[in-house]
Design a protein around this ligand. Structure first.
Ligand code: GAP
Length: 490
């Protein structure tokens, strides 16, 4: 486990241009963030790798880019209008608003000792819980997702939870609120029509299913992938970009005929692909990851199985990437609601099929935060982000040893131009301060290679290449430099 704190990561993100608070010069806008010049490169590298791995290089996958503003009936059919709700609770004393499930889970996480000594009641007023075993199970597993408002209210009072902000115990009742963002379309007051900002990218894949089938040559099993913004009116706990109201999702709906493919096999294949992407492609340490199975209370009623790939963030193991077998629930819902014949013909039997789906759904911003935490290392004299070169914001930095020697600057510009042309990724130039400071500055943003052009370079066409992870330096010919760096990105 990496022991870096969120405060340290957040300070680094702001100081070095990864992430800034949104609308900061106007006092900030809660739960919004802007990605700075360095963060934008990292985010883009992660997105490009996700797309390349799951769409470009897979012949059973196609891409989609659906509209963010979407018809209200999509969200009625999907169940989001009636059911996409979070339970919130307010502290009457200090007015802090929290998600009730998060409040309880945080409490259970932090008060492990106290919780083991609880004596459980055997009778539950209003049948809040079926038995003391049911309650004990929930408390010991520290997972309250899927519980009713009544059950959450019971837990807050049974566990005597204090407000984490003011340490008082004076709560409102738990209430639910819908997370969808409504938008009014039209310019005539009173004549606007209601639409929603999408709450997940997934619905695009279902709504466009018929169009995709009719306009391409896809055959089952095949997947549709989408990368894009989703919006949820979330109450967040302030863990930076982990949970925000606007975020980027990478979702796949993998459609198959359950008569021809065993869902259990597809599920295992996707589990392996997800883990491989995080560990091998993004270079994250496997020991900081785990799978968590959803139990019956947590799982949506139409899902046959759901597992989360979780990463150990400084605030505990949390969901990174969900994998669910959603049956053909969504396509059926849209078929019924739209009245359209959403189906695909099996070419062998000529039968119409409403395919089932396996859905891997990841938050790109969570992958981003994970890579920063996972790669953060504090050494005696430096802070270094040991990001895999593949995702590093800058692939190399080029320095002239002295900025007031035109012959060095000119040679360094040649090397810079060469690398810009040959390397797949951003190269940066730095001629400020001394070489030591330039190294430290690049270490903090994870630049794998620093290249210095000195007086020897003018004579023998070689440069000093400094390795970020080891701080070791070696001399390389300029002719082999591009190949050397490009190889490290593979
Ligand atoms: N279509 C299924 C779906 O949207 P989800 O578990 O609600 O499932 C999928 O979201 C992924 O999106 C999560 O695993 C998480 O990584 C990311 N995510 C969800 N809500 C988020 C938020 N408010 N901020 C950042 N990422 C979020």
């Amino acid at each position: 486990m990496n022991t870096v704190s969120m405060e340290t990561i957040q300070a680094l993100m702001k100081r070095r241009g990864f992430v800034y608070p949104g609308s900061e010069i106007y006092g900030g806008l809660a739960n919004t963030y802007d990605y700075g010049p360095v963060g934008t490169e990292l985010l883009r590298n992660i997105k490009n790798l996700w797309w390349k791995t799951f769409v470009t290089k897979k012949d059973d996958m196609v891409g989609l880019d659906a509209s963010v503003i979407s018809h209200q009936r999509i969200w009625e059919a999907s169940g989001h209008v009636s059911g996409f709700a979070d339970a919130m609770i307010d502290c009457k004393k200090c007015k802090t608003r929290l998600r009730a499930d998060h409040l309880i889970e945080e409490y259970l996480e932090k008060n492990h000792e106290t919780v083991t000594k609880i004596s459980y009641p055997t009778v539950f007023e209003g049948n809040t819980f079926e038995s003391s075993d049911q309650l004990k199970n929930i408390i010991e597993n520290k997972k309250v997702e899927g519980l009713s408002v009544k059950q959450l209210n019971y837990l807050v009072s049974f566990l005597k939870i204090l407000c984490p902000n003011c340490k008082e115990r004076d709560w409102t009742e738990v209430r639910t609120f819908n997370q969808l963002f409504p938008v009014k379309l039209g310019i005539v007051v009173g004549d606007e029509s209601l639409a929603y900002l999408r709450g997940e990218t997934a619905q695009g894949m279902f709504v466009d299913f018929e169009n995709i089938v009719n306009s391409t040559r896809v055959r089952l099993p095949f997947g549709v992938a989408q990368l894009g913004k989703s919006f949820r009116n979330e109450i967040t706990l302030g863990n930076s970009v982990f949970r925000t109201i606007e975020f980027e999702q990478g979702e796949i709906e993998y459609f198959f005929n359950p008569e021809k493919n065993q869902w259990e096999d597809l599920f295992e294949e996707w589990k392996n692909m997800m883990m491989n992407f995080v560990v091998k492609t993004l270079g994250v340490q496997e020991e900081n990851l785990r799978w968590r199975e959803h139990d019956d209370t947590e799982r949506s009623f139409y899902s046959k199985r759901t597992v989360d790939l979780e990463y150990e963030f400084p605030f505990g193991f949390k969901e990174l990437w969900g994998l669910a077998y959603r049956t053909n629930y969504d396509l059926e819902q849209h078929r019924k609601t739209s009245g359209k014949d959403i189906s695909i013909i099996d070419p062998e039997t000529n039968e119409k099929i409403i395919p089932h789906v396996i859905e891997p759904a990841v938050g790109i911003n969570r992958l981003f935060l994970m890579t920063l935490i996972d790669s953060y290392v504090e050494e005696v004299d430096r802070v270094v982000l040991k990001l895999h070169p593949r995702i590093a914001p800058y692939k190399a930095a080029v320095f002239p040893l002295l900025k007031n020697k035109p012959e060095l600057v000119s040679k360094a510009k040649e090397v810079y131009a060469l690398l810009q042309e040959k390397i797949d990724g951003k190269i940066v130039w730095d001629d400020r301060g001394n070489i030591g400071k330039r190294y430290l500055s690049q270490d903090e943003v994870g630049t794998p290679w620093c290249i210095t052009i000195d007086f020897d370079s003018l004579d023998d066409n070689t440069v000093t290449v400094r390795n970020r992870n080891t701080a070791q330096q070696e001399r390389l010919s300029i002719n082999e430099l591009a190949q050397f760096i490009q190889t490290s990105l593979l």
